[in-house]
Design a protein around this ligand. Sequence first.
Ligand SMILES: Cc1cc2nc3c(=O)[nH]c(=O)nc-3n(C[C@H](O)[C@H](O)[C@H](O)COP(=O)(O)OP(=O)(O)OC[C@H]3O[C@@H](n4cnc5c(N)ncnc54)[C@H](O)[C@@H]3O)c2cc1C
Ligand code: SF4
Ligand code: SF4
Length: 1017
Amino acid sequence: MKIAGGELIYDRVARGSNEVAANLARRLNKETRGEVLFSAADRSRYATDASIYQVMPTGVFLPRSAEDVQLALAICRDLKVPIVARGAGTSQCGQTVGAGLVIDFSKHMRSLLSLDLQEGSVTVEPGMVLDHLNAQLKAHGLWFPVDVSTGAQATLGGMAGNNSCGSRSIAYGNMVHNVEGARAWLSDGSLLNFARMGDPNTSPEALALGEWVRTLSVELQDDIRSHWPKVLRRVAGYNLDLFEPQSVRPYTTDASVNLAHLLVGSEGTLALTRSIDLRLSELPAHKVLGVVNFPSFYKAMDSAQHIVALAGDGSLTAVELVDRTMIELALQNPAFAPTIKTALIGQPQAILLVEFAGADKSALQSNLKRLDALMGDLGLPNAVVPMADAAMQRNLWEVRKAGLNIMMSLRGDGKPVSFIEDCAVPLEHLAEYTDALSEVFARHGTRGTWYAHASVGTLHVRPILDMRRDGALKMRAIAEEASALVRRFKGAYSGEHGDGLCRGEWVRWQFGPRIDEAFVQIKQRMDPAQMLCPQRIVNPPKMDDTSLMRFNAKYRVIALEPALDWQGWNVQNDARTEQITAAGSGQDPAMGLAKAIEMCNNNGTCRKFDAGTMCPSYRITRDEQHVTRGRANTLRMALSGQLEDASQAGLLHPQVQAAMDLCVSCKGCKRECPTGVDMARMKIEVLHARQKQLGLSLRQRLISRLPDYARWASRFAPLMNLRNRSPLLARAMERLLGIAASRSLPVWSSQHFFNQAQGTVDRQSVLHAARGVVLFVDTFNGYFESAVAHSAVRVLKAAGYTVHVAARDEGQGHHLCCGRTYLSSGEVDRAREKAQELITHLAPFAQAGLAIVGLEPSCLFTLRDEALSMGLGAAAEVVASKAVLLEEFLAAQAKAGQLEGLRAQLQPQTQTLLVHAHCHQKAFGAVTPISEVLGLIPQSKVVHIESSCCGMAGSFGYESEHLSASQQMAELSLLPTIRQHPDAILVADGTSCRHQIKDGSNRRALHVAQVLDGLLR
Ligand SMILES: Cc1cc2nc3c(=O)[nH]c(=O)nc-3n(C[C@H](O)[C@H](O)[C@H](O)COP(=O)(O)OP(=O)(O)OC[C@H]3O[C@@H](n4cnc5c(N)ncnc54)[C@H](O)[C@@H]3O)c2cc1C
Ligand code: SF4
Ligand code: SF4
């Protein structure tokens, strides 16, 4: 049965969109306190999730309160606009993509409402992120155990919507097993309490609904018993088996019926959640991990059933697969290689991560021994790597959790596509199923990488398909064959990631027409107006309807010539071998830039707050516009002419400029985005396009040309420094130039490094020295903080090196520049000239094998990063290969046993050395050398601040319009941590970081060079 009106929802909303949207926006603005986002760019940022689909919503609404949701619901009812509920938008099947008003609960509705430690339960708002909840529970020895891989982003409302499942579901179950209640609005506006039947808190309307569903399920008892997959991992359709659960694990522990379970997995189609009650679990006191190494994939799959049967004491919490391809990818990734190596014996074709957890450590150790014995019985003696160490376990789980993202970094139009990746089959058929599905892939000219939840028969696999060409056709064909296999093995077609746009049409296939009809009736009864996520679960579109896809037949990239070289992304790949074609052969009209942007698959990892750097502007705003994903989506839409006002298409579109505004070019995404989206580099393109058309402002000129005028400006130092002493002048500069009056500016000095005695040698001498090194002193350390450069020379000399300072032509004041400030304003041509000059000077040293040692991270790393994409040829490569920061150089020398002399000269330091690493040090994995070098100091205690960008970011923090954002970034963790350590010595290698620390805490931070120099005997 089709629901009247439902089948036309996309067309209807699209037809009426302008008038409806205008009314909707006007009323939401007037009647609610929520944020109302209706620009094309805003809508496009909500048109996608981590699926292959894209549908432009009418508008986006961010409610600040429950009242806002209630009002929005009423307005949408009046105007007949459907609603798509959304959390972090990390769904893989297109659940959060749809026409109508997208309501994003994640920004404002994310509080913990109540915590009952006695009962071990918690009530949260739907926008609360899983890891944020668990961070609050940790102190109480509790956690919410549905540990999805996206825990740092996924909201509990979204997890409930999808009936999400974690790696440890064998021990803890899925969301449905852990949700105890929900308050939710039906589309008629009524707010109902869904709880246990018999619980007096259950709303009478909910109870009546429950009784009605009971009748329905009794009528369908035979169908339910015969059609319902008998596996833990079944998330398709509605939980109509509520009264007689068919899952191998009952939904409740006491055989009661909880009406909230009707909403779990309903993907926003039945009600909008206002709050959710969750049952908590005790954090296990101990965990041990056994990594089983297998000589064949088949053997791993066949062994899973025996491993799962191993521990009868309930301590088995996970059996997770990592296959050979993923092992190889992890081995190639510098961040993961050391960890994965700890788990391997030889060259296994697959490994299974077998975890036992519980209170009794010795019982867990015995289980590990039993695992070892079992593998011996199965013909694999000595195949288990035991891991008792918590840190080693944690690192290995990180690699496993990053599995999908590691895979998604494949360049070219062929991508691993999610559509059959969570079919669940009974364990005894796992080996046969994976074998047969691999054959299906091969027949369709592709292959898949297998990983994840072997314990519950849900293995993730994504065949590589090219969705711009024949991908949709192949997708359908593979889905048909995969579904036949699932049926043969009595499994569940949708076992983890939900139905959405991708699997909705398989609901009827899975459950049969009568149960499907019952689902339609449930939808009709709870949402008669078809307002909530229409065309999901019931009455869905075809999974291969390309008009709903991000890359469909109409997708065209506009031609443009980027300023930097992006041809490495302009490639294609072979779906069978994953080999990529030559750089530049990918037929991208934007010469690789568009394909680099399209690497963003919307997985949402950039919406994180915990560790790392990415993405400081999101951390302070929580806006989709100001996160890497939102920026990539804005750029993609602009470069494919999908934003309104086509005359402004491309990089010059005002919405692109707006999305880039708070990007501080920290390069956090370059390292931490799983697919390597490098937004800092993309921002250079945006700035370049802008300055080419509009020229530069006076402020931009003053900042970018600093290296050009620094030499003569330093001669007028007293005059130049007047601004810092005169509030009047500061205010005038703010008005005229937009440089924040409340900021101090770097202090000029007529005596600077470049015109003082350096105690260094000329180029010939260093080339002939036994231990020569070339010091690249940048504009900032050279002119404003000469002490740093002098310290570096002294330290290098104390370590026994002959030092030459890179200079244009040897003589005072002719310093060289990497071009960084020009890149910051988009003046790529000038930056190229500067970098060319520097590289020409440095190349002979690099070719002679000398290290090029730098002090300022943003300048030094320009040589290892942007300079390689400016067409500067082989000389740039050789210089990049020798360019290192001082501490990288010293750390490497220390490892080679070359620094014993320096170590002997260092006096002890007992004060804590509190380190803030520059973002670019983090982006290039150059943080550990700081600890290693400071570790040369006797008795040193080094503590790293877990901080994102300091917020100064070159000129960003000086700009009056960005002052507040800059300070907020510093206040996220950097400044609070500094205040907690009043006696520590502060260490920061970035000149901007030191300035921000001084402005924000009135404390002086030192460069590593200064710390070492100050301790030389
Ligand atoms: C790299 C990657 C790894 C993943 N790993 C896992 C995994 O290990 N296990 C797993 O189960 N899933 C996984 N997923 C899928 C996804 O991350 C999870 O389903 C996650 O729980 C979704 O959370 P979210 O906040 O992003 O929800 P969203 O995607 O925003 O929404 C999910 C559903 O909930 C509905 N919804 C949201 N808020 C409400 C509300 N207030 N009221 C009613 N309905 C609402 C939405 O309409 C939608 O149907 C993964 C996805 C990616 C990209
Ligand atoms: S930018 Fe990177 S981390 Fe963010 S959603 Fe896109 S791919 Fe994921
Ligand atoms: S460069 Fe930094 S601020 Fe910009 S998008 Fe990447 S992580 Fe965010």
